[in-house]
Design a protein around this ligand. Structure first.
Ligand code: NAP
Length: 229
């Protein structure tokens, strides 16, 4: 049976490349984006490459939008095999924790933490019905306590919190065939990080691996290798 994957923030950057690579593996990809025009343009590009990709509108900060997606997926496919929580914002890069704007931290948490958690909550019942799932949380070394430096306080806090979600859900689902893992893609050249050294292909690699292989659950990876939290 053809696997079905959802990718958040699929219209550009690493998310777009993840959509492409999953679809190249024969997986049906639901490319989601908050901007319908940008999302549909991205889907058209991949369909032009002969790939099985469809668009669904999703703003990860909008609970109703997440519920609509989950309802549509259940009615249309009655399964979901892969969820890639990729969408994120980094809006307080030049800020210190001391001077951090709490509203920016809240906004970042909505997108980078509560969005992925709500998506897991909405889609896990469908995964459980088939006792299969691969949840991949695109985190960052910026959230690793082990690598913590300064700057981007909201972003760093959000990625550390996302890793907590990975660990909690990994533990809660340990007796199932559903894995939940975090990854750091490295410094990837995208709108979020124009000076990144890595290509989007390199940035997508560990996400594709986690979506495809039966990797141990509740871990944090970079370059397909486990890294400390
Ligand atoms: P990007 O080019 O800025 O793309 C971010 C994506 O997230 C865009 O598609 C954006 O949509 C989407 N997004 C933001 N808020 C959203 C919302 N509320 N609902 C739905 N989509 C939303 O960033 P990227 O570099 O590809 O980053 C992808 C992931 O990798 C992120 O989780 C990021 O934290 C992580 N990461 C990146 C790097 C790096 O060096 N690039 C390093 C470590 C981790 P719009 O186009 O509508 O804004």
């Amino acid at each position: 049976m053809q696997k079905i994957a959802i990718v958040t923030g699929g219209n550009r950057g690493i998310g777009f490349e993840i959509c492409r690579q999953l679809a190249r593996m024969g997986i049906k990809v639901i490319l989601t984006a908050r901007d319908e025009g940008k999302g549909k343009d991205a889907v058209r590009k991949l369909q032009y490459e002969g790939l099985d990709v469809v668009f669904y509108s999703l703003d990860v900060t909008d609970e109703q939008s997440i519920k609509r997606l989950a309802g549509w997926v259940e009615r249309t496919f009655n399964r979901i095999d892969i969820l890639i929580n990729n969408a994120a914002i980094n809006i307080d890069e030049d800020c210190t924790a001391l001077k951090a704007d709490i509203n920016k931290i809240k906004e970042t948490m909505e997108t980078n933490v509560y969005g992925p958690l709500r998506l897991c909550q909405a889609l896990l019942p469908i995964m459980r019905k088939n006792n299969f799932g691969r949840i991949v949380n695109v985190s960052s070394g910026a959230g690793a306590l082990n690598e913590m430096t300064t700057g981007s306080p909201g972003y760093r806090i959000s990625k550390t919190a996302l890793n907590v979600i990975t660990k909690l859900l990994g533990n809660e689902l340990v007796a199932t065939n559903i894995t939940v893992n975090s990854l750091c893609p490295g410094r990837v050249r995208t709108d979020m990080n124009p000076n990144g050294e890595r290509s989007v292909e390199q940035g997508a690699d560990t996400a594709i691996w986690l979506a495809d292989e039966n990797v141990e659950t509740g871990k944090f990876f970079r370059d397909r290798k486990e890294i400390p939290w």
